[in-house]
Design a protein around this ligand. Structure first.
Ligand SMILES: [Zn+2]
Length: 502
């Protein structure tokens, strides 16, 4: 059964095009042209859309954790990453199937048709059981997933200087802190698990699920582990995703440890390449942007999360200008705690344009691509036909209500409309969503499931235990990292010209 999908405007490569319809057959886009042309070629085809809509490719959330309800709602207040992380282990348990299913439904309602899921296991021994459950949850929601089972093997308590930190603690706390960081998952067991998951779930034909390696973060993984992850992924033509340079203390860690930037160190060990995506990258250094572009490394940009966890603002306009492929990710931490991908793109665009006439520009067209084509490239690989409404591509698409821009669109030139649309559209404008040729959302409602029922089940199954979350370590951690702020470091991107004037 063929379907012609048409709209007043179609978003393609970040720009809006007039009168461009597509024909979907099976799970793919098989033709494109004006509605009149396609109507003549496929007279029996169904038609969906109309002049009230804007047709866009489905969006890809390039970095998230699929926690379903958000950490704040589950009792963990936003805080500096280094102080916040310790609380994650104490989040109330949500069955991974339900968490993934609800996360997927929430994202689909915001026009997101694919997600990169960085898994936080409830314990390391549960990891092998949890990943298939999470995959099943996303599959039942109807969303594509790039799955990242994590591994770490160092620096769980603090970044390096562990003994120094332990010496700062009162004896009783020192004893407990010193014994609370064991990771009982060996690298061999991890790669055996990854291999097993890859064999059973990696879908290199229809791209419903990809299995990727994930040394969870540069400072938490030794060189050997990172190198092995890259080798494993490259041999299987899949990818690696890592948290990187999220906070200033991770940058300082690299300088203290190797005397060079984190990115330079990754280059030295051969980890940089077009198989790699780095999430956050708030503290990337000037000299490294060209290197990242040359190596084809992707960056997942998490603007809300970086604001909420007080990490800082990534130089995203400069990364884009240097030619680094940047995709947008929600990290489960959107500004309004609602997983609204459209608003997240708006925030990335607005804050991406920094003050100072020398600052790089970030235009709306680029941000649309960061939400769709580029995000799909850095999540599934550029060779996978996702993220653009092109003939031969997989049919993942969104019909947005055109109401938000209808009046101005009557007189504004077409080239102004991507900016206007990006300034105004919200989750409420998402009306119809298709993934792989199947309608998942019609008229703003999920076709096969009531998302509110799933949410209700989630809350019912949640087990809150009345306990004060341990925050004894926080003051000590803050004091420890505060001392790191005195390190002498090279200026950051955009800093040198600002300093010239002072
Ligand atoms: Zn993350």
């Amino acid at each position: 059964m063929r379907t012609i999908i048409h709209a007043r405007y179609t978003l393609r490569g970040g720009v809006l095009v007039d009168d461009l319809a597509i024909t979907v057959d099976g799970d793919a886009i098989v033709d494109a042209g004006t509605l009149t042309e396609l109507g003549a070629r496929y007279p029996a085809a169904d038609r969906v859309g109309g002049d009230d809509y804007i047709l866009a490719p489905g969006f890809t959330n390039a970095h998230d954790h699929g926690r379903a309800l958000g950490t704040l709602a589950l009792g963990v207040a936003d805080n500096f990453l280094e102080l916040w992380l310790g609380h994650l282990a104490r989040l109330p348990r949500i069955p991974p199937y339900l968490a993934a299913r609800y996360s997927g439904l929430q994202l689909l309602g915001s026009g997101v048709t694919a997600v990169a899921h960085s898994h936080n296991p409830s314990s390391w021994s549960e990891l092998p059981a949890e990943i298939p459950e999470a995959l099943r949850g996303y599959a039942d929601a109807g969303i594509r997933v790039a799955m990242h089972p994590p591994i770490v093997d160092q620096n769980q308590l603090v970044y390096a200087e562990r003994e120094l930190f332990l010496d700062m603690l009162p004896p009783e706390l020192r004893r407990r802190a010193g014994s609370a960081e064991a990771v009982d998952l060996s690298a061999d067991d991890y790669f055996a698990l990854l291999e097993d998951l890859y064999r059973n779930f990696h879908d290199s034909k229809r791209h419903r699920a990809h299995i990727q390696a994930s040394p969870a973060g540069g400072q938490w993984c030794g060189d050997e582990l990172i190198i092995r992850a890259c080798e494993w992924a490259r041999a299987r033509r899949t990818r690696v995703q890592m948290h990187m340079l999220e906070t200033r203390y991770q940058r300082i860690y690299a300088r203290k440890t190797w005397g060079v930037s984190f990115i330079r160190h990754l280059e030295d060990i051969g980890a940089l390449g077009d198989w790699l995506t780095l999430a956050h990258m708030v503290w990337v250094e000037d000299e490294d942007m060209e290197l990242l572009a040359e190596r084809g490394v992707g960056v997942a940009h998490n603007i809300s999360s970086n604001l909420r966890l007080r990490s800082g603002i990534a130089p995203v306009a400069m990364l884009a200008a240097a030619g680094v492929p940047v995709g947008i990710g929600l990290d489960g931490q959107t500004l309004d705690d609602d997983q609204d991908f459209l608003r997240e793109m708006r925030l990335a665009w607005t804050i991406g344009n920094q003050s100072g006439m020398a600052a790089a520009d970030l235009d709306a067209e680029t941000v649309w691509r960061m939400g769709a084509g580029l995000a799909a490239d850095i999540t599934f690989g550029a060779e996978v036909p996702l993220g653009e409404l092109e003939v031969g591509g997989l049919a993942d698409l969104v019909l947005l209500e055109g109401e938000a821009i209808r009046r101005p669109a009557d007189y504004l030139p077409l080239k102004r409309l991507p900016a206007l649309l990006l300034r105004r559209c919200r989750r409420e404008h998402v009306r119809h969503v298709m993934v792989g040729g199947e309608w998942i959302l019609r008229d703003g409602e999920h076709v096969s499931v009531n998302a509110r029922d799933v949410e209700r089940e989630l809350w019912e199954r949640l087990r809150f235990e009345a306990r004060d979350l341990p925050s004894e370590l926080e003051a000590h951690l803050r004091r420890f990292y505060r001392a790191w702020d005195d390190e002498e470091l090279p200026p950051l991107p955009g800093q040198s010209h600002q300093n010239d004037s002072g």
